[in-house]
Ligand binder design. Structure first.
Ligand SMILES: [Cu+2]
Length: 193
C-alpha cells in the first residue's frame, strides 16, 4: 500500500466504489486507487480536536478575560489554615511560580498564628477589619488595626500574624508563587496533625 501523501492527495468518491468511502489518487496513481477513508477520518478528527482545544482551553487557562462577581468566588476550607478560615484561588496556582490571587475569609476574632511566607505578599482588606502584627508571638496590643481598604505589604521570610476583628473579614492575597504558609510554631500547622 503506498504512503499517504498530503501534497498530491485528492479525495474522491467513485460510482463503482462504496459511497461512504474516500479514495486517493495522484501520489497513489502508479499503484492504483487507495482507500484513505480511515486516514481522512483521523485527520478530520484531529482537526476537530485541535479546534476544541483552541476554544475550550482558554476557559480554564488565563488567556481569556474573566469577570467574577462575588458569588462566583467559591470559598473552601483550606488545610493550611487552622479550622474556620476559608480560601478561594482567584487566579494562578499559588504552589507554582507566577502571579497568584487568593481570597481568604476569616470568622470574627479568628487568628492566623505567627508564620512566614517564602515570597512577598500583598494583603488587601476587602471587608471587615484585620489586625496585623509582626513577630513570632501573638501580641494584639502591639499590632495594627487595618480597616476595610487597607493593604499590608509584607516582604518574604518576615514572621507575622493576622487576626479578624469583630466581624467576618475577607482579605485578598496577591504574590508571586511558589507561595506557602510556614508556621513559626510547627504545632500551629494543621497539615502536620
Ligand atoms: Cu501571611
Amino acid at each position: 500500500m503506498p504512503k499517504f501523501n498530503d501534497r498530491n492527495i485528492a479525495l474522491h468518491t467513485y460510482d463503482w466504489l462504496p459511497k461512504n468511502k474516500f479514495y486517493a489518487y495522484g501520489a497513489a496513481e502508479k499503484t492504483g486507487i487507495v482507500d484513505v477513508t480511515s486516514k481522512f477520518a483521523a485527520k478530520k478528527l484531529a482537526r476537530i480536536l485541535s479546534l476544541l482545544i483552541l476554544f475550550v482551553t482558554p476557559a480554564f487557562g488565563h488567556e481569556m478575560p474573566k469577570e467574577l462577581a462575588p458569588e462566583d468566588i467559591v470559598y473552601k476550607d483550606d488545610p493550611a489554615f487552622p479550622k474556620g478560615a476559608q480560601t478561594a484561588v482567584v487566579f494562578g496556582d499559588p504552589s507554582k511560580p507566577g502571579l497568584f490571587v487568593i481570597r481568604a475569609k476569616f470568622p470574627p476574632h479568628y487568628v492566623v498564628p505567627p508564620h512566614i511566607h517564602p515570597v512577598f505578599e500583598a494583603v488587601t482588606v476587602l471587608s471587615g477589619t484585620m489586625g496585623s502584627g509582626m513577630g513570632e508571638t501573638v501580641d494584639k496590643a502591639s499590632g495594627k488595626i487595618l480597616p476595610t481598604g487597607s493593604i499590608l505589604l509584607l516582604p518574604a521570610d518576615h514572621p507575622h500574624y493576622v487576626w479578624a476583628g469583630d466581624t467576618e473579614t475577607v482579605v485578598q492575597v496577591v504574590g508571586n508563587g511558589p507561595f506557602d504558609l510556614i508556621y513559626v510554631n510547627p504545632a500551629d500547622d494543621p497539615r502536620k496533625k
